[in-house]
Design a protein around this ligand. Structure first.
Ligand SMILES: Nc1ncnc2c1ncn2[C@@H]1O[C@H](COP(=O)(O)OP(=O)(O)OP(=O)(O)O)[C@@H](O)[C@H]1O
Ligand SMILES: [Mg+2]
Length: 352
């Protein structure tokens, strides 16, 4: 701005004052050159910039404009009128150019936003297509695993009392049982990914979801030396949603957080916020932060894709299930390396 607006105004003014009054043509030219910095200021800074530049030009030009014409005024008022008109025109040009530049900038911004939204929807559609094809396969596999699994669990219940508690085989038998449990949980997760149930919407207070989460993971966190901080607003935070599904979303995120912190202990913060503005819409937010290691940027882009987990004992489905649940609620879920370290924010539309 200094280079393109203020400096040219200063130079033109200096030339004006430095040029003798006999060079009328030079003054006429210089007077019009003032329009250039005014238009540049309007283009760069909008209406305010245009008007400020016009005002600055007027202030600089005013003493010079009327210094030499007082004696002419009583004979011929035309030059005085012309110069006064020029001052008005400076402001008019500054205002019109600034207004147009502002309008253009607003349009460009809207266009950019619309393009971003379109891109997001496109990606969502591509992902939805991939997910539904994948869902079919996963549902088939999970179903096939579950049938023999039921038979295995049934027979295990019969065999269990036959394995004496004080024998070495008992330890192996317990591993056998716990692995069966794990397989059952994994099959459950695969099925809830493949066959999502539609949410049963009721009006609820988002603070309850946060409180329930802390109650659910509290014991596990204490065991791992992780302290959980709960930050809630004093008034109810009303959203429409499925209580159990939202609890599952919160739990998925919190279990990930606990696992990311590991055994060295750490800190988790669960907070609820009123009216977080998101993409122009007012939403309520549930945020879960943890102070574990940050998420690598290349993983951050695929965090919500299925089977992108980095843990051997996880299916890599928790976040993709969570994202779908939140989207079915008309909300968004976001992950970022911020807050305590890593932060997940679930945004849900306000209950009206
Ligand atoms: N708080 C976090 N800090 C660091 N990495 C995280 C965090 N939460 C998730 N991740 C990363 O995102 C990956 C995907 O998480 P997601 O919950 O979808 O799958 P998972 O936890 O591996 O398996 P599942 O949830 O199905 O048991 C995780 O494997 C982990 O690498
Ligand atoms: Mg998980």
């Amino acid at each position: 701005m200094l280079l393109w607006v203020w400096l040219p105004i200063a130079v033109i003014t200096l030339l004006h004052y430095g040029t003798g009054s006999e060079h009328v043509w030079a003054h006429n030219v210089l007077r019009r050159v003032y329009y250039l910095p005014i238009v540049v200021a309007a283009y760069q800074l909008g209406l305010r910039g245009g008007l400020v530049a016009a005002a600055l030009v007027s202030v600089s030009y005013l003493p010079h404009a009327f210094a030499h014409i007082e004696h002419l005024a009583h004979t011929d008022p035309a030059p005085a009128l012309e110069k006064a008109l020029e001052l008005v025109l400076y402001h008019l040009v500054g205002a019109v150019a600034g207004h147009l530049a502002d309008r253009e900038r607003r349009r460009r911004l809207e266009l950019g936003r619309a393009l971003g939204e379109r891109l997001r929807l496109q990606q969502q559609l591509v992902r939805a297509g991939r997910l539904s094809a994948l869902g079919e396969v996963v549902a088939g596999i999970a179903h096939e695993i579950r049938n023999p699994l039921h038979a295995l669990r049934g027979t295990a219940e019969i065999v269990d009392p036959l394995v004496p508690r004080d024998r070495l085989e008992r330890r192996m038998w317990e591993i056998h049982l716990s692995e069966l449990e794990r397989l059952d949980r994994t099959a459950d997760r695969f099925l809830s990914f493949a066959r999502p149930t539609p949410p049963r919407m009721t009006e609820l207070d988002l603070r309850e979801v946060a409180e329930r989460l802390v109650a659910l993971v509290g014991a596990d966190a204490r065991k791992k030396g992780v302290d959980i901080e709960l930050e809630l607003p004093p008034a109810a935070v009303g959203v429409r949603g499925d209580r159990d599904q939202l609890a599952q979303v919160a739990l998925n995120i919190a279990v990930n957080a606990l696992r990311a912190i590991g055994e060295r202990g750490g800190h988790i913060r669960v907070s609820v916020r009123h009216d977080a503005l998101f993409r122009g819409a007012p939403m309520h937010a549930l945020r879960i932060e943890n102070d574990g290691p940050r998420i690598a940027p290349e993983l951050l882009d695929h965090l919500f894709d299925p089977f992108h987990g980095t843990h051997a004992d996880g299916a890599g489905l928790g976040l993709s299930i969570s994202e779908r649940i939140v989207e079915q609620h008309g909300g968004f879920i976001e992950a970022a390396n911020e807050g305590l370290g890593v932060s997940f924010t679930v945004l849900l539309p306000r209950a009206t």
